[in-house]
Design a protein around this ligand. Structure first.
Ligand code: GLU
Length: 306
């Protein structure tokens, strides 16, 4: 298969990066499968990273269950699984690097201070003197006027699947480290995509409005930003993203061939009828051969599990 113009075969590294807040459900399978099949179609590597940065939100046993479930679906990854919980020193080093360049500032705002704002952080703490009290650390951007040293976040980017995308609102001076001492998702995800040499991020549309801010951070860290492609998200009957909070059911591993067929159907790549009794391996092989980015739907949808 010839890779798209921007891909040379040796240089595709994709990844799936679940947070271990619960077992995989149909929506997460769609994301895992799309990133896997896209990577394998272009003869790329596919990595798995467990985003276990937030112990209070973690569910005991979820990481193991997720990996077991990927294996049951024959979604086998390359290299070792990277755990974000093992990467705290790397995040601290990168944060220090940004701080020494004057790109990080402490933020003392409470949730209450910010209730009246929706949208990017209004920059209240940009010029406050340092105080010895709990604070978050924010990245300096120049979405707001009057900052030297800062660069603006570009709100538009070219999505591999959707084409030109303009984000209605960027994240502005986003948090790198939270007041409770935990590193923020937006920061760790970029540091790790750089570390793992990720070149292609295929993930759910729910994350698309973070992408311009993440691209900004890649550039600030002098790294080449990956290509991003966003796939539709599976919704429940109330049009909410399938998620554990909204009661999505865990996948049943011994129905993995059926699950794969349903997920491919959702991605508008339904295997032909003779695949009704096929194994996971056969279904995946068919998908890798027949994968066509142009066929992927562009709208979130309620799946029709068949
Ligand atoms: N860990 C994030 C999530 O589960 C996904 C990160 C990403 O794909 O960039 O929503």
């Amino acid at each position: 298969v010839a890779p798209p113009a921007n891909v040379s075969q040796a240089q595709y590294v994709g990844r799936f990066a679940p947070s271990p807040t619960g077992p995989l459900h149909f929506g997460s399978l769609v994301a895992a499968l799309a990133s896997y099949v896209d990577a394998r179609h272009y003869r790329g590597q596919w990595l798995v990273r467990i985003e276990d940065l937030d112990p209070p939100r973690e569910q005991v046993g979820a990481s193991k269950a997720i990996l077991g479930c990927l294996e049951a679906h024959h979604l086998f990854w390359d290299d070792e699984v990277l755990l974000q919980s093992q990467r705290l020193d790397a995040y601290a080093d990168k944060l220090e690097e940004l701080r020494l360049r004057g790109l990080v500032y402490p933020c003392y705002c409470t949730r209450k201070d910010l209730v009246d704002f929706n949208g990017p952080y209004p920059g209240i703490c940009r010029h406050r003197p340092f105080r010895d009290k709990p604070h978050a650390l924010r990245l300096l951007t120049s979405d707001l006027p009057s900052t030297e040293n800062a660069l603006p976040i570009r709100a538009s980017f070219s999505d591999e699947l959707l084409g030109h995308y303009h984000c209605p609102q960027t994240l502005g001076d986003f948090i790198l480290k939270r007041k409770d001492g935990l590193f923020a998702y937006q920061f760790a995800v970029v540091v790790d995509d750089i570390f793992q040499g990720v070149t292609h991020v295929i993930r759910g549309m729910d994350l698309i409005d973070s992408t311009p801010s993440q691209i900004f951070l890649f550039e600030r860290l002098s790294a080449r930003s990956p290509y991003f492609g966003h796939i539709p998200v599976a919704l429940n009957d109330q049009q909410q993203k399938l998620s554990k909070q909204h009661g999505a059911l865990p996948l049943i591993s011994n129905r993995s061939a059926d699950n794969l067929r349903a997920a491919l159907h959702f991605l508008n790549h339904p295997p032909p009828p003779e695949f009704t009794k096929a194994t996971q391996k056969e279904i995946l092989q068919w998908a890798i051969e027949h994968w066509d980015r142009k066929k992927i739907p562009r709208e979130n949808a309620i799946p029709d599990y068949r």
